[in-house]
Design a protein around this ligand. Structure first.
Ligand SMILES: Cc1ncc(COP(=O)(O)O)c(C=O)c1O
Length: 366
C-alpha cells in the first residue's frame, strides 16, 4: 500500500498525539512493581472515586445495556439543576467530545481559533484537525491574557478557547474580567468557556456563568463529570449553549455518543451534592497539605484552583524518573513547553503524604 502518511490529510500527519498520564499497569510492567503499591497523581482524577449512588445506578443500568441509550433523563436533570432549557444542552462522551463537536461546527480551512499559551492542549489539537489556524496568545503569569486575546481576534476568528480554571497551570480568571471580555467579543466569534474544574472552586471564586448564557448568545459552557463527580472512566460531559448552537452541535454529534450506563451514573452523581461537597473539601485540605509540604522542600508552585498543583523543579525529568521508580506517577508537561514543571494531582491524605516523602528523598540528593 502507498504510505498512509502520504495519503492522509496533511494537517493530521504532523499532529502530536495527546499524551495521557501513565496508566498504573504500564508503570507496574516497566519496573516490575506491584500495581497495588503504585499511586497515580497524573490525570486529575478524583481520589474519592465516585458517589456510591452513582456506582449503584451504573451497576443496575447494566440490566438495560442491550438497548441504545437516551440522554433525555440527564438533559432533564441538568435543565432542572441549572435552570437552562433542555434544547440548550448537548451531552458528550466526556467534555473532550464536546470540544471536538464545537471545533467541527465552527472551524475549517481559513478560520482561526484563539487560545492561550499553556491552555489545555486539546484546543490546539482539535483546531488543527479541522485545518483551521491556531492563534496562540502569550500567557500572563501562566494564565490567559484576555486583553491580548481580544487583540488577537480577527475577521477570520470563529472560536476563542478559555479554560477556567486552566489545566495544566491551575490559574483562574475572575468573573468580572471574564464577563467584560465576553461582552466585548465581536458577534462572529464563539467563546468556549471550559469549566472542567469549576466544582472545585469555592463559592466566592465561581462565576455565575450559566446566567451569562442569556446575555451572550455566542457563549458556550463546557463541563464534565470526570473530575469532582469522579466519572472519568465513564466519559460524560455536557455543554450549555444557545438553542441554535446546541442544534448545530447535535447535527455533528454521533447519535449515541454517551452510553446508557454513563448517563444513568451521571444522573445519580448530579443529585449527590454531598459527595461533590466532600470532594471539594478533601481537595482543599489536600492542596494545603501539598503546598505546605512543597514549601518545606523549597519547591515553588503555581496557583492551584483545580484538583492539581503544578510545581517547578531544578530537574523535572530526573525527579519524574525517580518518582516513577518509587511507584508514584505524576504528569510531566513538556509538551506545553513547561520543561521545568511537573503537574501533581491532589490525592488522598495518605497519597499526598507519600508523594511528599518521595520528593523529600529525591530533592535531598541535589
Ligand atoms: C481543562 C480541561 N477540559 C476538558 C478536559 C476533558 O475532560 P473529559 O473529556 O474527561 O471531560 C480536561 C481533562 O483533563 C481538562 O483538563
Amino acid at each position: 500500500m502507498t504510505d498512509p502518511f502520504t495519503l492522509a490529510q496533511p494537517q493530521i500527519c504532523d499532529l502530536a498525539p495527546y499524551q495521557p498520564g501513565m496508566p498504573i499497569e504500564t508503570l507496574a510492567r516497566k519496573f516490575g512493581l506491584d500495581p497495588a503499591s503504585i499511586i497515580k497523581l497524573a490525570s486529575n482524577e478524583n481520589p474519592d472515586g465516585m458517589s456510591p449512588k452513582a456506582k449503584a445506578a451504573a451497576t443496575s443500568a447494566m440490566q438495560d445495556a442491550s438497548r441504545y441509550p437516551d440522554g433525555y433523563a440527564l438533559r432533564q436533570a441538568l435543565a432542572a439543576k441549572f435552570a437552562v432549557a433542555s434544547n440548550q444542552i448537548v451531552l458528550g462522551n466526556g467534555s473532550n467530545d464536546l470540544l471536538d463537536l464545537i471545533a467541527r461546527v465552527f472551524l475549517g480551512k481559513g478560520a482561526q481559533a484563539v487560545s492561550s499559551q499553556y491552555a489545555f492542549g486539546v484546543y490546539q489539537l482539535i483546531t488543527k484537525i479541522t485545518s483551521a489556524e491556531n492563534v496562540v496568545v502569550q500567557a500572563r503569569k501562566f494564565g490567559h491574557d484576555l486583553a491580548a486575546m481580544r487583540r488577537a481576534i480577527s475577521e477570520k476568528t470563529r472560536i476563542v478557547w478559555i479554560a477556567n480554571p486552566n489545566n495544566p497551570t491551575g490559574t483562574l480568571l475572575g468573573a468580572a474580567e471574564l464577563e467584560t471580555f465576553i461582552a466585548d467579543v465581536p458577534e462572529h466569534v464563539v467563546v468556549v468557556l471550559d469549566e472542567a474544574y469549576s466544582e472545585y472552586l469555592k463559592e466566592s471564586d465561581r462565576a455565575d456563568s450559566v446566567a451569562w448564557l442569556e446575555k451572550y448568545p455566542q457563549l458556550i459552557l463546557v463541563r464534565t463529570f470526570s473530575k469532582a463527580y469522579g466519572l472519568a472512566g465513564l466519559r460524560v460531559g455536557y455543554a450549555f449553549a444557545s438553542p441554535a448552537i446546541a442544534d448545530l452541535m447535535n447535527r455533528v454529534r454521533q447519535p449515541f455518543n454517551v452510553t446508557h450506563v454513563s448517563i444513568t451514573a451521571a444522573v445519580a452523581a448530579l443529585a449527590d451534592d454531598e459527595f461533590v461537597a466532600q470532594s471539594r473539601e478533601r481537595n482543599r485540605k489536600g492542596l494545603r497539605q501539598l503546598r505546605d509540604g512543597l514549601d518545606k522542600l523549597g519547591l515553588p508552585a503555581l496557583p492551584a484552583y483545580g484538583n492539581f498543583i503544578t510545581v517547578k523543579f531544578p530537574d523535572a525529568d530526573e525527579v519524574n524518573e525517580q518518582l516513577l521508580r518509587q511507584g508514584v506517577i505524576v504528569r510531566p508537561i513538556k509538551e506545553y513547553g513547561m520543561v521545568d514543571y511537573l503537574r501533581i494531582t491532589v490525592g488522598t491524605t495518605d497519597e499526598n503524604a507519600r508523594l511528599l516523602v518521595a520528593l523529600g528523598t529525591i530533592i535531598k540528593k541535589y
